[in-house]
Design a protein around this ligand. Structure first.
Ligand code: EPZ
Length: 425
């Protein structure tokens, strides 16, 4: 099994470019099932989750079936369900897996599909693919009388829930209005891609989204999908730069989508005045940002929120920075109940973090971190372990790096180029 061997304390310098967004690419790939001809995909990140999604799409196109072994492992597999229902009238799929960061129910999807006329059944089966035997639900959905448009209000504004119901509503008979929809930029990217290819979706990026149903008529492939820069990768690199950069330029930095992180970094004492603003067709973004290690960090509190609030996916890297700040920083995780799963490891590295409950961490700094053996628990905490290992004194070994490869393209090689001592062994 491959591991990362990391030696901490090296200064980072040079240029690193942000790759295409994982969470924008996955729904666009799922949407390819709604086209009469495969659309062109550009700037997709070369990561494991994208490879798995491509495999899922290929199998589904050929056989009309979702591959359960793969679907169990990635949450975004649920995005294929709507297109599969529209194309084949029925679909069977396992409870979608992905990162173990909380219960991750799918009730808002199921309620939405029911509102569109879908019959939903579920059975529980033993999960043979796991070392600890537990059962997972298998869902069977049928749209015997086709899909019909509806008005549906999300109980919680789910990101993949919004994307999944857009993809279903697009093929329905009649129009759909989704309320309390997720505001995340990935939803807007998906709607823009679909609209460029003939869909009529209004309001994506706001809480109310209207979708014109096409009654099963597939989209014509006119415009390619171009993956925008990954805001989470960009934000994680910014945190890394704030900790270790002598002079680091992050290119393709989507600052317009990272305001809450940038404000947090500023409050923590990171200088962010040296940047250039560029405009692209999406919105105003910073084309690049130059980071230098802050001499001293101030303690800051963060509370994760839906977009445009502080992203839950950037909570773990920030915790590493907080270990270097003067005083007590508090992290309040409001989105996922199991997402402070990496704290114990940071404490073993020398951090002083207490959990006041499963959603609130109090980080007392500054602490000297020391390298150690780590196992990546999920994509984002895995990257945070790389940040911690690069900040720490001495050597760390990070295992289970498949989790990191799921979300970050050849991160070791790219970090080596800016001076990091990280090797894949
Ligand atoms: C997306 O997950 C992202 N994944 C996550 O990134 C990200 O952390 C998350 O949004 C929040 O921003 C993808 O885009 C593939 P949600 P998603 O449904 O859509 C509750 C990564 O590493 N909920 O918006 O699964 C849920 O429990 C991943 O790239 C229900 O209660 O998240 C959570 O509390 C990790 N019922 C809240 O909603 C449902 O049916 C938001 O979750 C669905 C969700």
């Amino acid at each position: 099994m491959a591991k990362f061997l990391v030696i901490g304390g090296r200064e980072l310098e040079g240029e690193i470019e942000v790759r295409g967004s994982k969470n924008a690419s996955l729904p666009a790939l799922a949407a390819s099932l709604l086209f009469n001809e495969e659309p062109l995909f550009q700037n997709l990140p070369q990561i494991e989750d994208v490879f798995r999604m491509r495999e899922l799409v290929e199998v589904l196109k050929k056989s009309g079936k979702i591959n359960h072994e793969i679907a169990k492992r990635i949450r975004a597999s649920i995005l294929l369900t709507g297109p599969a229902l529209a194309r084949f009238g029925e679909v069977k799929f396992p409870h979608p897996g992905g990162c173990v960061i909380g219960a991750r129910p799918i009730d808002v999807f199921l309620d939405g599909w029911r509102a569109m006329g879908v019959a939903t059944d579920s059975i529980s089966v033993a999960n043979s693919g796991s070392s600890t035997v537990h059962s997972i639900p298998i869902y069977k959905l049928r749209a015997s009388h086709g899909l019909h448009g509806c008005e549906y209000t999300f109980r919680v504004p789910s990101v993949t829930g919004t994307e999944g119901l857009i993809l279903t509503a697009l093929m329905a008979n009649g129009d759909t209005v989704l309320k309390n929809a997720a505001l995340e930029p990935e939803v807007k990217t998906l709607a823009e891609f679909l609209n460029k290819n003939g869909a009529k979706i209004r309001g994506a990026g706001t809480p109310t989204i209207a979708i014109e149903g096409r009654n099963g008529k597939l989209l014509e492939s006119r415009a390619a999908f171009f993956a925008p820069p990954d805001r989470i990768e960009a934000g994680s690199l910014a945190v890394l730069g704030a900790l270790l950069a002598k002079d680091l330029c992050i290119k393709n930095f989507p600052a317009g989508e990272l305001i809450s992180l940038l404000l947090t970094l500023k409050n923590a004492g990171v200088e962010l005045d040296n940047y250039e603003i560029a405009t692209n067709q999406r919105e105003t973004i910073l084309s690049h940002i130059i980071l230098k290690r802050a001499k001293k960090f101030r303690a800051v509190d963060i509370k994760t929120k839906e977009y445009p609030g502080y992203p839950t996916d950037l909570q773990a890297p920030f915790a590493v920075l907080a270990t270097q700040a003067d005083g007590a920083s508090r992290i309040h995780e409001t989105i996922f109940e199991g997402r402070l799963n990496y704290i114990e490891d940071l404490n073993m590295m020398g951090a002083n973090i207490t959990l006041s409950d499963s959603r609130m961490a109090i980080i007392n700094g500054p602490s000297i971190l020391r390298g150690r053996k780590l196992e990546s628990p999920d994509i984002r905490a895995g990257l945070a372990f790389i940040v911690a290992a690069l900040t720490a004194e001495g050597q760390s070994e990070i295992g289970n790096i498949y989790q990191i490869d799921r979300g970050y393209e050849r991160i070791d090689e790219r970090l080596q180029k800016i001076g990091a001592d990280i090797k894949r062994i």
